[in-house]
Design a protein around this ligand. Structure first.
Ligand code: TYD
Length: 378
């Protein structure tokens, strides 16, 4: 509720006022129909105390249960569900208040029950009307707006890619909570609920994911986007071949020098470096995937085949010169085959060693892949 208020204060409050008007109309209609058909006399003045409590309960339920969550963007199914929750909770809370204050006998239960039934129908209809009215009132940005989801390793590159596509990034959602408040002037959030509130109230057009395997997108974000009919667009890549700078001396006896520079050449912070040496030809290693870890592989000496599998397609990249690097995103099953004895595999990794983020069973990898794809396509 605090988040909804923070990002859409006036619009959120306008819905509370609209809800109160709906409740007033619902009570009036219910009262008029009751009086016309009932033989029992019932003055509206008798109904006013319970009506005032209903109004107070209505606001309380909205704030406590946050039943206006994402109201500006929500689909009809979610609208019906939240409105039903609102009405049921209001009815129960009102009954509880009347019971504990012993005022149960002084009002017509029939009028109250029907008022809530009419209120349910009114709320659903009026919410739909009110949000389309507010949307029309709102000024549309000239360029499409987006929330960029990325990791600290790829966020700058993601910003540049979206700028090239003429998309305005309004907010960045970092996969890991890195306590960063802004990147290149764009505010950073690390909480899914906050991201969903921004998408809703700032009326962002897209959620763009850059440099993160689509299967690592949190399920809560996928669900929130599906509810708001927001497309999650992947600007990611699975792997990329990099040319590592190499200086060759005219005189071959001096050999060649190949170098990589931190953020300039590698779009992630290097947390770990390891290398595999003293190898024999036809050695095979790997047979795992990572959930988070991005890597840059290179072979400074010898020839190594890297077999990649994303669960759908398989491909092989041969590392056969020191200046050829292979950047791998998480979520790729890989194995390496040493084509020559003594070949050296060097790996720069974005994460510290953590056995928990490895997938070492192929069936588990396929199941993980399938589950994530289903989430994202929902
Ligand atoms: P493993 O990942 O199985 O190597 P590969 O996939 O290339 O065959 O790692 C072998 C062992 O080394 C395993 O017990 C984990 C350990 N290890 C570390 O402790 N830290 C590291 O950074 C790496 C890569 C491995």
């Amino acid at each position: 509720m605090i988040l909804e208020l923070r990002y859409g204060k006036l619009r959120y409050i306008s819905f509370i006022i609209v809800d109160q008007i709906c409740l007033y109309i619902a009570n009036l209609v219910s009262y008029i129909i009751y009086v016309r058909h009932s033989q029992v006399p019932y003055n509206f003045s008798e109904h006013i105390p319970v009506f005032l409590i209903m109004l107070a309960v209505d606001v309380e339920v909205t704030l406590i249960f946050n039943t206006l969550q994402r109201v500006m963007r929500r689909r009809i199914r979610y609208e019906l569900r939240e409105t039903l929750i609102h009405i049921v909770c209001s009815f129960l809370l009102l009954s509880f208040i009347l019971f504990t204050t012993k005022q149960g006998a002084d009002y017509s239960r029939v009028v109250v029950s029907f008022a809530y039934a009419y209120d349910f129908i009114l709320l659903v209809l009026v919410h739909i009307f009110w949000r389309s009215f507010l949307r029309k009132l709102g000024k549309k940005n000239e360029r499409p707006t987006a929330l960029l989801m990325s990791s600290d390793a790829f966020v700058e590159e993601g910003l540049q890619e979206l700028e090239k596509s003429q998309v305005d990034v309004k907010c960045i959602l970092l996969l890991l909570n890195l306590e960063i408040k802004e990147i290149s002037g764009v505010p950073v959030v690390s909480d899914i609920d906050e991201a969903a509130a921004i998408i809703c109230w700032e009326r962002l057009d897209h959620v763009n994911i850059y440099g993160i395997d689509r299967r690592t997108v949190p399920e809560a974000l996928t669900i929130a986007c599906a509810e708001m009919k927001i497309r999650i667009e992947m600007v990611d890549f699975k792997y990329r071949i990099l040319n590592v700078k190499t200086i060759r001396n005219k005189d071959a006896k001096y050999g060649s020098l190949t170098f990589l520079e931190g953020k300039r050449d590698i779009p992630f912070s290097i947390r770990r470096v390891y290398w595999i040496t003293e190898t024999e030809a036809n050695l095979q290693r790997g047979f795992h995937a990572h959930k988070q870890n991005c890597q840059l592989l290179f072979c400074p000496h010898g020839v190594i085949d890297i077999n990649l599998d994303d669960g759908e397609e398989k491909t092989t990249v041969t590392l056969d010169e020191p200046g050829k690097g292979l950047m791998l995103m998480p979520g790729l099953w890989r194995d390496m085959v040493w084509k020559q004895s003594g070949s050296v595999l060097c790996v720069l990794a974005s994460e510290y060693y953590d056995e928990g983020e490895y997938i070492r069973n192929y069936d588990e990898f396929l199941a993980y892949y399938k589950k994530r794809v289903n989430w994202i396509q929902r």
